[in-house]
Design a protein around this ligand. Sequence first.
Ligand code: TGC
Ligand code: FAD
Length: 396
Amino acid sequence: ISSFNWEDAFDIQGDLTEEETAIWQTARSYAQEKLQPRIIEASRTETFDPNILKEMGELGLLGCNIKGYGCAGASNVAYGLIAREVERVDSGYRSAFSVQSSLSMTALEKFASEELKEKYIPKMATGDIIGAFGLTEPNHGSDPGSMETTAKPHPTKKGVYVLNGSKTWISNSPIAHVFIVWAKLDGVIRGFLVEREGQPVGALSTPQIKNKSALRASITGMIQMDNAEVPEENMFQNVEGLTGPFTCLNSARYGIAWGTMGALEGAIDLARNYALERKQFRQPLARYQLVQKKLADALTDVTYGLNAAYRLGKLKDEGRLVPEMISIVKRQNCDRALHNSRVLMEVFGGNAASDEYQIGRIAGNLFVAQTYEGQSDIHAMIIGRAMTGLGAFTAK
Ligand code: TGC
Ligand code: FAD
């Protein structure tokens, strides 16, 4: 029997295929060597370098679980391992990866015409074209079914739709070349690929939301559409209703289940090192029972969470994954990562308030992870509805 490895307590590594191990190591080296040195400054100055997506593209990470169209066709477990390693550095970098891969490329892969797939997915896989996903609106976040954005046939141009409305809190929108926008056509939600290039003056603007209190290394903005034009071939033909956006969200929420465990692993590593080095009352903090309990609680939750995420990956690879399974793990992993990273801040004492120590940034980001792609209480109600048959989302 081999000895206990606290960094991989249930030996997930031992289960991985050769390809998954290689992709995992590529993602880990990239994240540690190229992303980690940038993150403190990027978060401090609230900047996102779009080259990051090109770098991920060069390594074949973007949309790696898509088959064809210049993508690697790797397993869903491999996709999860990338999310884990990228979010170990920062949730905002994982956001950029998720929005490009799961929300934008998956929308095209599942719903677009063959011509659109050929036109866009390969360039999105290299990071040359950046995508954004517009579902949330100023008045409708948890309840996207009530969205107000509309699509209508253009009054004069044949074969063109016009989109009107606003999407907000949209990751990557200020730098995106293309937007997956969900809008109502005759009262039914439809998906559109909106291209930035070629829009009439003033038809499409994407102002950045500045001065965020978390996820500062990810760029976030709005998509404001005032008769934005979309050729009819850019409307997804084979999907109607919320099934469209939620199909993409299933994939991205799965990635968050892995990613938040990566963020918590990063927090544990930082707290353990600090506790071993910092002395009070003549002994390292790590010698004290209360400090060890904080580390042990966090390690226990990360071990459960990683194994649950791995299980989802295997089920997804076997075509046996259903949305409620994802809700269970997305909710639990976000909640436990947020809780434990907040508790681990205590190990740093006053230094937790310095961004150099990183723990405060990790905990702040995890509040956002718990909120986007379905806030935890929304996932609780998705699970509760599946258990009781009773939807608790509305008062009547
Ligand atoms: P409901 O009646 O539940 O469903 C309406 C239709 O949608 C279908 N559906 C799904 N299809 C596939 N996968 C799923 N997970 C699905 N969930 C529902 C459903 O079958 C039904 O189809 P049909 O044919 O019968 O019409 O709709 P509801 O209005 O009652 O929804 C309630 C609720 C709470 C479940 C839902 O609205 C919800 O999940 N709200 C949370 C909103 C959310 O997650 N927004 C995310 C925005 S994108 C984002 O945050 C990106 S951040 C990325 C980053 O930076 O990393
Ligand atoms: P609300 O829906 O107003 O909810 C506020 C609170 O009320 C939550 O705690 C919620 O759980 C609770 N609540 C709501 N309804 C109920 C109910 N029926 N019963 C009990 N409690 C309820 N969206 C996109 O479309 N694309 C993106 O790329 C994207 N990126 C994002 C990036 C960042 C940094 C952030 C912060 C958000 C992003 N979002 C994105 C938006 C995100 O998905 C929403 O913020 C989220 O879905 C919650 O919606 P809301 O903020 O409108 O909160």
